[in-house]
Design a protein around this ligand. Structure first.
Ligand code: AMP
Ligand code: ZN
Length: 473
């Protein structure tokens, strides 16, 4: 497979370095809010990368995706909510797991929290190693990374060395690119902030900076540097990933990651979808508008991951329609009864499979891969229209769709959605009863309200002489 590597700014052939196993680290969610579909663009694309490596390339994958549950934003959020940090972040971790399932993301081998004791200890040990190797200094109770001690600093972000400010310290986790500075590794204790001490490692009371969390968890859980892939959204290139490289390489003396993969933004009206701009939608927001998570997954895969993708409700509607074209085609196959096969279809199926795999092996070109799937859909629909399809073809077509979907993960998700409606069945039945009661007392406004509320939640009611039935929108 060929994969674009941000480190070299070029596509390179990719294979894991050892054991046929890809060791991949993904920067996960900062759990101070429910993840939005911009965050999930990154996670869905990386899920398809993971599936491509497994099912198309035949590698094993060992992936780590963390939860950033201690940093400036989580601490501020917990303080504002008047909650304990762990309890505060717990709620967003639970929501993330729910959304992950709703979007059909595969189970990830390790999803560590930064504040788990073994992880904090690994961070403290890394800080201690950096101190031993002469990459740090202490000031006001905090420990800083001294970027002038790393000649290669800036190699990922291609920083202009004029813009670097060695000796100028920065305590916040994030800052502007023009302003590369010595960054904090371990922050001294502050009023109202959690604090940990690792006296045996020589690390005083305090808490980790954001960047050290990922460096330490990646190497603790994936083993020796270099790992194979380090991934995240494009905004993480600087300062986060640049600083992760400085820390990991400063501590181990070895390159940190062979490949760096970055997913471009989901945007809204030319701006990044982000909580600070107030233009975000979560999965529950999308579901409340009557859309299904499978349509979101499809939409997020409809563009190449290195191109920006503009989110609109119309584009989500189009994704839903495209997905329905796929499921309609599969449903039509149920009606085929003729035995045998027709000579035209087998080569078309083979061509579609090849084009699909080639597109994904070409730097994960999901847009072209979907194009190959839809060429097959058109060919199958045409064959059904003219009666040129037999039961043997049907089996081969279904197998092709199953294989394709192992990577795309949209059809299987759709099936799961069909099996469990967006509103629990007993709740739907109770609403149907209440609506009948409202009609009996001629309160049609109340009856319509119940129907509209259910429709907004993705359930349609259909009245017939024999009673009321419901179906998914
Ligand atoms: P955060 O919770 O801010 O640390 O972000 C979690 C992940 O989502 C990171 O990999 C970000 O780069 C990514 N991300 C945030 N906003 C967007 C967006 N609008 N489009 C794509 N990825 C994003
Ligand atoms: Zn990270």
């Amino acid at each position: 497979m060929r994969l674009y590597n941000t480190l070299t700014r070029g596509e390179e052939p990719f294979a894991p370095s050892a054991d046929n196993t890809v060791r991949m680290y993904t920067c996960g969610l900062t759990v101070y809010a429910r993840g939005h579909i911009g965050n999930f663009r990154t996670f869905v694309c990386l899920d398809v990368l993971r599936r491509t490596l497994k099912y198309l390339c035949g590698y094993r994958v060992r992936q780590v995706m963390n939860f950033t549950d201690v940093d400036d934003r989580t601490i501020n959020g917990a303080q504002k909510a008047g909650m304990d940090l762990r309890a505060y972040t717990d709620q967003y971790i639970a929501a993330f797991r729910e959304d992950m399932r709703a979007l059909g993301l595969e189970e990830i081998e390790e999803m560590p929290r930064a504040t788990d004791e073994p992880n904090l200890r690994a961070m403290a040990n890394m800080v201690a190693a950096l101190e031993r190797n002469g990459h740090t200094y202490r000031s006001d109770g905090s420990i800083y990374f001294k970027i002038s001690t790393m000649p290669g600093y800036g190699k990922l972000a291609r920083l202009d060395h004029q813009g670097m400010k060695p000796g100028a310290r920065v305590d916040s986790d994030n800052y502007a690119k023009e302003d590369a500075r010595d960054f904090v590794l371990w922050k001294g204790p502050r009023e109202g902030e959690p604090s940990w001490e690792f006296a045996d490692a020589g690390v005083p009371a305090g808490r980790p900076g954001w960047h050290i969390e990922c460096s330490a968890m990646a190497l603790r859980l994936l083993g020796e540097a270099p790992i194979d892939v380090h991934a995240g959204g494009i905004d993480l290139v600087f300062p986060h990933h640049e600083n992760e490289i400085a820390q990991s390489e400063g501590a181990t003396g070895k390159p940190f990651s062979r490949f760096w993969v970055h997913v471009e933004y989901l945007i809204v009206d030319e701006q990044k979808m982000s909580k600070s701009l107030g233009n975000t939608y979560t999965i529950p927001d999308v579901v409340a508008k009557g859309f299904r998570p499978s349509a979101v997954r499809y939409l997020l895969l409809s563009a190449h991951y290195r191109k920006q993708l503009n989110f609109t409700w119309e584009s989500l509607g189009s994704a839903e329609k495209a997905l329905q074209r796929l499921t309609d085609c599969l449903a039509r196959l149920d009606l085929v009864t003729a035995p045998g096969s027709h000579p035209n279809l087998a080569p078309q199926i083979a061509r579609a499979r090849e084009a699909f795999a080639a597109a994904l092996r070409d730097d994960l070109n999901t847009a072209a891969a979907l194009g190959a799937v839809f060429e097959l859909v058109s060919a199958v629909n045409a064959a059904i229209d003219t009666g040129d399809v037999g039961l043997d073809d049907v089996a081969a077509i279904r197998e092709a769709f199953d294989d394709v979907d192992r990577v795309l993960g949209v059809l299987s998700l759709r099936r799961v959605e069909d099996e469990c409606p967006p509103v629990p069945v007993d709740e739907i039945e109770r609403f149907i009863e209440e609506r009948h009661a409202a009609r009996r007392r001629r309160d049609f406004a109340a009856a319509d309200r119940i129907r509209d509320d259910l429709a907004a939640r993705g359930v349609l009611l259909e009245d017939s002489p024999t009673g009321t039935r419901w179906k998914r929108k």
